[in-house]
Design a protein around this ligand. Sequence first.
Ligand code: AR6
Length: 179
Amino acid sequence: MEVRINHSKLELKEGDITEADTEAVVNAANRSLLGGGGVDGAIHRVGGPEILEECRKLGGCETGDAKITTGGNLKAKCVIHTVGPVYQGGGKGEAELLASCYRRSLDAARENGIKSVSFPSISTGAYRYPMEEAAKIALRTVTDYLKKHQEVELVRFVLYGKSAYDTYSQALAALTENT
Ligand code: AR6
């Protein structure tokens, strides 16, 4: 599924983010930036040790923020590491922190002249954010961002499994109907 937002394209795909051929892929990291499971584990496994070497020099990353490194052996030339919130019921500012992950990742892309970015569904694995809620926030935030900034030409969500893909597709359909 894809939609146009001004001069940019927003795309949903089912798949594995380590195989993405966009210039950058976003990692759902933790504050240490020193690796973990899920997307983080897969990116470091496929991308190789060069990514971790650069991460070590960054001194971690706050929740809601993003930092960039090489893509190592990935097809993508850069990895943008962002740290999603751990879901604690929704009353701890999680929605704003999750939105901030998407905005700060796209800021990092723009600052580095990157025109295509793939995102996973941040916080919806180990950090337990409900997928439906997270999809609405992710898609609304990226759509609003692309309306304001033209530099990033392609944003792709790479969704792991059919259920995640369907949830994002329904959220995107609802969002575009209402705008
Ligand atoms: N490609 C695309 N999506 C994936 C992949 C993949 N290869 N693997 C999993 N997903 P998670 P979080 C989906 O746990 O919730 C790590 O240990 C997965 O189904 O990767 O932000 C970090 O170090 C889920 O929907 O990230 C942190 O400690 C989504 O990606 C912590 O997990 C995110 O799941 C971050 O947790």
